[in-house]
Design a protein around this ligand. Structure first.
Ligand code: XMP
Length: 515
């Protein structure tokens, strides 16, 4: 494995992903990880991330200096490089000119780290400090117009530093450089493959649960679906998937899920029809947070009751992913895996957030994966694109896309409108390019005319966004023809709607969902 020590950079996770793209496992750990702890994990290489501080500031984060003596190759990136230089006796100062953006890299020494990195490759720079004097034993490998020491090395000790960010997509020579580090310098092998992951995960799950029973709350999203397939492969009928239909799903979705998992793949699915319970709980409720809370609480109640009825179960499977694990930073390090350990189950979970005090042991076989890796695993396990490529769908479902009070009548209207949006976006070949495309129902009415009759009906908002991770988003510039088709179909086919409007707000300041 390659360990990335995180000094607070927004790019630490990205470095981990890039290393994994070279088919080598990598994980992010806190910068306070000691040389002793690292020795126990025995990584093939260490990468020090960038960070927002200046190494010469009092209180700036530092790593254990014993790391330089471990004999493990180290690559410092930006702040990581400056820290390496400073701790080993060189000096770092505020740069005469800060450097942000793309810069051509002039390669002075095209060996090991920079083999196959073309002279003139574009590299992404983002720094206000620069190396002034190199420590003894270090040589310059490359420079840019503004930065004399853009890439440096102590070949003897296998310590390397780069001032640029090889991990960002704008750095054209970045992947070649990371490959050099991972393969040539650290001697890693390409063993982080989907097939290898599945074999290992299956073996681990079998070893963990033995002949005990496992319960999984299936939502039909990518994570829980992949989890269901993986666990079914590992333990077959010891797995029970509980699928709670709260009545806020999209048109045809409950039928589709039961048909798909239970009938087609013979994965035990317990379908729980709880529609009445949920809709009656929401009677007269208009506040978004109150709605979310009521739905979350009711979900837990149903889950508890039903798991008692169907149980006993020893284990609960959770679709926790790697970013969930590292997001809760500073919670200590698991001495066995070297991973930072999350103390709590993610509260904003896609099946509504299960409480922490459930009497189950957890099975979390996806906890080392990024989202795109989950998709690969899902595909490899035989999940069709229809599931693996789905847009995210919130746990509270359509209930938070009907503003104000939720009624059966409004749910039916929204389901029909939502189906039109999905069908047309797919038909236009844009589904996979868009993060989410959906309809929202507003609790106001406006006047229209249809035939010779005046109408007074609800508007539908069309919300389509592009995004990398849901944290920020931009509204999708859909072709006018497509907008026209969606609008025509909705007002003609969906009873109770006489107007379609388009949401052109980015996030921030808007959120993706309307509640
Ligand atoms: P917002 O609306 O906060 O949404 O911009 C960001 C992303 O999260 C999804 N979302 C949820 N997902 N349970 C979930 O599993 C929820 O309660 C929930 N609320 C929002 C939303 O669809 C978007 O992808």
């Amino acid at each position: 494995a390659i360990v990335i020590l995180d000094f607070g950079s927004q790019y630490s996770e990205l470095i981990a992903r890039r290393v994994r793209e070279t088919e080598v496992f990598s994980l992010v750990m806190g910068y306070t990880t000691t040389a002793e702890e690292l020795r126990a994990i025995a990584p093939r290489g260490i990468i020090l991330s960038g960070g927002p501080s200046s190494v010469y500031e009092p209180g700036a984060p530092v790593c254990d200096p014993a790391i330089w003596e471990l004999g493990i190759p180290v690559l410092g990136v930006c702040y990581g490089m400056q820290l390496m230089v400073q701790q080993l006796g060189g000096s770092v100062v505020a740069a005469g000119r800060a450097e942000y953006g793309k810069a051509p890299l002039h390669v002075d020494d095209p060996i090991d780290l920079l083999t196959n990195v073309e002279d003139g490759s574009t590299m992404w720079m983002s720094h206000g400090d620069s190396v002034e004097r190199l420590p003894e034993g270090f040589l310059r490998l490359a420079h840019t117009d503004n930065t004399p020491e853009a890439a440096v090395a102590d070949h003897q000790r296998r310590l390397y530093g780069v001032q640029f960010h090889p991990e960002v997509v704008h750095s054209t020579g970045g992947m070649a450089m990371l490959r050099n580090f991972v393969y040539h310098i650290c001697g890693c092998e390409a063993d982080w493959t989907t097939a290898a992951f599945i074999d290992e995960a299956v073996a681990d799950v079998r070893a963990q649960v033995g002949d005990k029973r496992v319960l999984l709350a299936l939502s039909g999203g990518v994570d829980s679906s992949t989890l269901a397939f993986l666990l079914h492969k590992a333990i077959g009928d010891q797995l029970t998937c509980m699928f709670i239909d709260q009545g806020f799903m999209r048109k045809g979705e409950p039928e589709f899920l039961v048909e798909f998992f239970d009938k087609r793949f013979h994965i035990n699915v317990e379908y729980i029809n709880a529609r009445e319970r949920f809709i009656s709980k929401l009677d007269g409720i208009t506040d978004p947070e109150e709605k979310r809370k009521l739905i979350g609480t009711e979900f837990i109640r149903v889950f508890e009751e039903e798991s008692k009825r169907l149980g006993p179960f020893d284990y609960l499977a959770q679709g926790t992913l790697y970013p969930d694990v590292i997001e809760s930073a500073g919670t200590g390090i698991d001495p066995k895996t070297g991973e930072r350990v999350a103390v709590k189950i993610k509260s904003h979970h896609n099946v509504g957030g299960l409480p922490k005090d459930l009497q189950f042991k957890l099975v979390e076989p996806l906890r080392r994966l990024f989202k795109d890796e989950v998709r690969k695993v899902g595909r490899s396990l035989g999940l069709p694109q229809e599931i693996v490529g789905r847009h995210p769908f919130p746990g509270p479902g359509l209930a938070i896309r009907i503003l104000g009070e939720v009624t059966s009548e409004k749910l039916n209207i929204l389901r029909d409108a939502d189906l039109v949006v999905r069908e047309e976006v797919k038909e236009a070949g844009l589904y996979n390019e868009i993060w989410q495309a959906f309809a929202v129902l507003l609790p106001v009415r406006s006047v229209g005319v249809m035939g010779d009759k005046r109408t007074y009906a609800f508007p539908i908002v069309l919300r389509c966004v592009s995004s990398e991770d849901g944290m920020t988003a931009d509204w999708s510039r859909l072709p006018y023809d497509l907008l026209e088709k969606i609008s025509n179909r909705i007002v003609n086919e969906v009873k109770g709607v006489n107007r379609v409007v388009l949401d052109i707000t980015s996030k921030p300041p808007g959120t993706i969902e309307w509640e």
